[in-house]
Write a protein that binds this ligand. Sequence first.
Ligand code: V47
Length: 365
Amino acid sequence: MDGMFKNISDVEQSILKKISIDEPISIEEGIYLFEKSDFSFCAFLADQIRTKKFGKKTFYNKNTHIEISNRCVNKCKFCSFYREKGMPDCWDLDIFDVIGILNSKKDENLTEIHITGGLHPEKFTQFYCDLFAEIKKSFPKIHIKAFTAVEIEYFAKKDKMSILETLKVLKDNGLNSLAGGGAEILDDSIRTKICPEKTNSKTWLNVHEIAHSLGLSSNCTMLYGHIETVSDRISHMARLRDLQNVSGGFNCFIPLKYKTYGNRLNIETEISLLEELKTYSIARIFLNNIPHIKAYWPMTGKENAVLSMSFGVDDMDGTISDSTKIYSMAGSSEQKPEMTEIEMRNLIESNGFQPVERDSEYNEI
Ligand code: V47
């Protein structure tokens, strides 16, 4: 690979060498890529790694989201989704509603249901156990990916249980894996400014470690493009990479670009597409032990998600079926996020990649 580059720095030489033997690059090298390396160098390396791992394959699944309620006690400053009880656009689904929604999508042959919501002050772990059990009664084969580490910590505190007990009881009732949200930036000085009430960094990581020890896999995210620096992004990824070395249960990493509309963070402009693509590339380079990098198209928009496949991304998440409001409420261009399977496949093919349907553990279907 290094014969292809002329006039690259010693640091870039070292990065190339490490990549060629699948060794992790250092934190300093990660920061260097953001600050000093050009866009095409990062893109080229990320594409090389992606191609070595998956060739031209791009993964997707057939899924839907259930956002049970947008009531939330945390009120994070970047969040456009939460509402108070009684507000006109506040919702609160019960088990009957959820089963009704899933029944209405029976023909879509969904393999995964992604369940999240806010931190609901009046609901307890038992409600979610009953919900999972009821879903599995009607849809025994569906994979339930549910809740972020933040929700798990909240349920545990409310029910005076340990994290381990909480995860065990949810797993016994049908939980198959954890969603990756709530990570934001794993640095408590930043969390204090953007989400002061939220689970701290150590606990977020600990919940995932315990989940992995129980055989529950999970995803991990990074909310970026707000007040963090590029070195905060790299430190965040380093914490994820370190945990993955210990517990090994992360399936994919999802960079989530901060959307400015309808929240209290008071940042006016979003970061550029160029920076977004560079961040995907550097994530692919830095996170050598996390198998997949996902572009979450309801947040990025379909076109940018397709573009990101040339910058290290190999996973597009799902068909979604117009079921998530987190990003439409934050101002995403995707105001009605849904794709038929044919549309998804055409989209992936439009950038010269090969669409591959996967299940929630990335087995090819
Ligand atoms: O934790 C909230 C982010 C996350 C905004 O695990 C925002 O497969 C940008 O984690 N601008 C929730 N981002 C969504 C999430 C997720 C999505 C898709 C797939 C998976 C998975 C996980 O959304 C939150 C936060 O980081 N978020 N508000 C905003 N204004």
